[in-house]
Design a protein around this ligand. Structure first.
Ligand code: PLP
Length: 405
């Protein structure tokens, strides 16, 4: 398989982008869906922002280096990756905080309706944020399984909140169909693009989406805790009233008025002062992903994951795939179920193959195609087979749970 892998790498039009990332020697990194790799350019950019913009120019940089416009500028660069217009996207806060803002805004736009509909097993923070609003008496949480979502869309539903590509299984929702169904029921839709943005083509406006949020530190390679982004469809910009009415979302923050007046555009999603170091690092990651192109990335990711499956299929081990077998139905990942998933994952990490474990029994491998090679697939599959066949994972040291998995 290694030979075939090398042939595939030799013909891979994206192979040259690997050197634009600082991929550590001896590591096969299958966790770019949790924390993307460091772009080579990022330390240089941060050095410049810290030493020159902050160190020398100090407060003048809000104007001279364009810090004040950076959240909207970087949002505008994310927009084409998700099928949005530049003035519909802004970078701010975390996904969780942006969920709070947009769920609240959607509820306010549907007076008389309180239900926020989602699916059980959605990413926890999405469900927790609904719960937080429920405790304030503003929302009512309703969870329905994938098959039952459309039936659960009754006249009480204000908002349908779904994650486009599921974080555990990689299953993709039909965005156009569900958005249409929600609208027919008079509800709005908020898509969480954390596992889609920068990984697979998304067309928010073609699907008629109302709102979206997404993550900066996964496929956009913005660094640990990178700021997230939020999308509001142009037709809703004027009516979107979010409750975190901080001064940076004001129409004129530097008028220092006693009364809040939201900015006319997407800047109304801002709350406090943006973390310029974080937004600057994110910009480098976004530029790089935009340069490579999401269509090409997704095409390669499908080939990588299919090749990984072929490598496993040629071994004697059997693993229970929980991701869709059709690559067009899944995001940029493959997940397998195994009762010893945690220990297997640890044994692989000890061999330099970094995937991750998702409670209680999921072994998850992300295929960030910007910096992975087919050779990595062949090697990762070989290690996985060796770990399983040798029962190496049974060693005590691989069974102790760490705080962050
Ligand atoms: C990673 C992820 C998040 C992250 O939320 P933060 O508040 O930025 O930590 C949210 N939703 C989904 C679906 C995710 O995968």
């Amino acid at each position: 398989m290694l030979e075939r892998a090398r042939l595939l790498d030799a013909g891979d039009p994206l192979a040259r982008f690997r050197e634009r990332f600082d991929v550590p020697e001896g590591v096969i990194y299958l966790d770019g869906n949790s924390l993307g790799c460091l772009p080579m350019e990022t330390p240089k950019r941060l050095e410049q922002v810290v030493r020159e913009e902050w160190g020398r120019d100090l407060i003048r940089s809000w104007n001279s280096a364009g810090w004040i416009d950076l959240p909207a500028k970087v949002g505008g660069k994310i927009a084409p990756l998700i099928g949005a217009q530049p003035h519909e996207v802004v970078v701010a806060d975390s996904v969780s905080v942006n969920l709070f803002k947009l769920i609240s805004a959607a509820l306010a736009m549907r007076p008389g309706r309180k239900v926020v509909l989602s699916e059980p097993g959605n990413f926890p923070t999405d469900i927790y944020m609904i719960e937080g609003l429920e405790k304030q008496g503003l929302a009512q949480r309703r969870l329905a399984s994938r098959d039952g979502l459309v039936d659960a869309l009754d006249g009480d539903v204000a908002l349908l909140l779904l994650t486009h590509a599921h974080y555990k299984t990689g299953e993709i929702f039909d965005m156009a169909r569900l958005t249409g169904a929600a609208h027919e029921a008079g509800a709005l839709v908020l898509w969480d693009l954390s596992h889609s943005g920068g990984a697979l083509p998304v067309d928010l406006n073609a699907c008629g989406a109302d709102f979206a949020v997404g993550c900066g530190y996964k496929y956009l390679n913005g660094g640990p805790g990178a700021p997230a982004y939020a999308f509001v469809a142009e037709r809703h910009l004027h009516d979107t009233q979010q409750p975190l009415s901080g001064w940076m979302g004001h129409a004129q923050p530097f008028a220092f008025s006693d009364d809040y007046r939201p900015a006319p555009g997407i800047e109304r999603l801002l709350c406090g002062t943006p973390g310029i170091l974080g937004v600057s690092a994110l910009e480098v990651g976004v530029d790089l992903i935009a340069e490579i192109g999401v269509e090409r990335l997704y095409a390669k990711s499908q080939k990588l994951s299919e090749f990984f499956r072929q490598c496993l299929a040629e071994s004697d081990i059997e693993l229970d795939l929980v991701s869709p077998t059709d690559p067009a139905q899944r995001g940029s990942q493959l997940s397998f179920r195994h009762p010893e998933a945690y220990a297997i994952c640890q044994a692989l990490i000890a061999r330099g193959v970094i995937g991750d474990f998702r409670d209680p029994d999921i072994l998850r491998f992300g295929f960030a195609p910007a910096y992975l090679r087919f050779e990595d697939m062949a090697e990762a599959a070989r290690h996985l087979v060796e770990v399983l066949e040798s029962s190496e994972w049974q060693r005590e040291e691989f069974r102790t749970r760490a705080a962050v998995t």
